[in-house]
Ligand binder design. Structure first.
Ligand code: ATP
Length: 337
């Protein structure tokens, strides 16, 4: 559905040149929810603007929904934009139009007749859960409701791809979750391919099937969300994963644990349900203290971490760690005193 090959985007020239996107290769399958995560300035906005044709690459090819965006003419670009829709952080609604009129706008531009527009707008209002708010103006809506209008408007022309530019960054956590639930249900019901950019790992964890991590214009890591949670390779990916797997203040907590061996266990999928701790205590002559634990649900399954302090003689502690490896539990020794 989306295929990027050797995509570069440079702004300016010579000593003022900024390479915003650097040799990016990416494949996104039809029906996938694909997340692109990176800190500010990583190149995410530029990449998404390349996907909808707002920017042309300096080199490389961008293929999306059957269009070669790097070389489309104006007419093809207009047609492509019907298949590639977008929602924004600040919603970009028309403030002098009601909910209904905002959603109807792209249908008017597409020349759809009034009766058909009415039918479609009502269907979309139902789909995004805005029944009863049809005649409200954007200024009378909550942030979550405004984004629902943005989503309905984006879906008006039956797109194949929905691009989401930090679509939940202006919303509180609860509203963020409800919008992410809506995007998931739209993906499942309509088979729509969704590409979202964000700086929040929580968003990736909750709805994405796969993720790409961007740093300084490069895609430094890609994989299924569960895979990336389980074994992040790059330091930046580890920082993003720890945003959701380690509660705030973990480092300070660990610094104050006196003695013993501190280990971090990572469980994936069904292994999160095994009574690992009980068998560890039963089998070995060691004391086990739970320092911290956390389970995160991803689309591919559950991912849990548990930090334990093991107290006992060195041999028993080593045997306990070997046993964890045998069970297939990913085990990392944090400190050994
Ligand atoms: N039109 C432009 N002209 C010049 N430089 C630009 C332009 N657009 C983006 N850049 C530069 O390209 C780099 C990547 O910016 P981009 O906005 O794509 O990053 P981002 O990851 O989306 O960050 P943010 O979340 O802050 O928008 C930055 O150094 C930015 O200053």
């Amino acid at each position: 559905m989306i295929h990027l090959q050797g995509v570069n985007k440079q702004f300016g020239n010579g000593s003022n040149a900024i390479i915003a996107v650097d040799k990016v290769n990416l494949d996104i399958a039809e029906g996938e929810i694909f997340g692109i995560i990176g800190y500010s300035g990583a190149g995410k906005s530029t990449l998404i603007r390349l996907l909808n044709g707002l920017e042309k690459p300096s080199s490389g090819t961008v293929k999306i929904a059957g269009y070669e965006m790097s070389s489309v003419n104006a007419r093809e670009l207009r047609n492509a934009r019907k298949k590639i829709s977008m929602i924004f952080q600040h919603f970009n609604l028309l403030w002098s139009r009601t909910v209904k009129q905002n959603i109807s706008f792209p249908l008017e531009i597409a020349g759809i007749k009034k009766a058909e527009r009415e039918r479609r707008v009502n269907e979309l209002i139902d789909l995004v859960g805005l029944k009863g708010r049809e005649n409200a103006y954007p200024s009378e809506l909550s942030g979550g409701q405004k984004q629902r209008v943005g989503i309905a408007r984006a879906l008006a022309n039956d797109p194949e791809v929905l691009l989401c530019d930090e679509a939940t960054s202006a919303l509180d956590p609860e509203t963020t979750d409800s919008i992410l639930d809506l995007l998931t249900s739209i993906n499942e019901r309509l088979g729509l391919t969704i590409v979202l950019i964000t700086h929040e790992m929580h968003v990736i964890r909750k709805i994405c099937h796969r993720v790409a991590v961007m740093e300084a214009g490069n895609v430094v890591e890609t994989g299924s969300v569960l895979e990336v949670f389980q074994s992040p390779k790059e330091p930046i990916t580890k920082r993003f994963v720890s945003q959701v797997t380690e509660p705030v203040g973990t480092e300070q907590v660990l610094a104050h644990i006196p003695g013993g061996t501190l280990i971090k266990l990572a469980f994936v999928g069904e292994k999160t349900e095994h009574p690992v701790l009980a068998s560890l205590i039963r089998k070995f002559d060691i004391d086990v203290n739970i320092v911290q634990g956390n389970i995160s649900q991803t689309k591919g399954g559950a991912y849990g971490t548990l930090i334990l302090q093991l107290l006992g003689n060195e041999k028993d502690v080593d045997m306990a760690i070997a046993y964890l490896h045998e069970l297939g539990v990913q085990t990392e020794v944090i400190t050994n005193e």
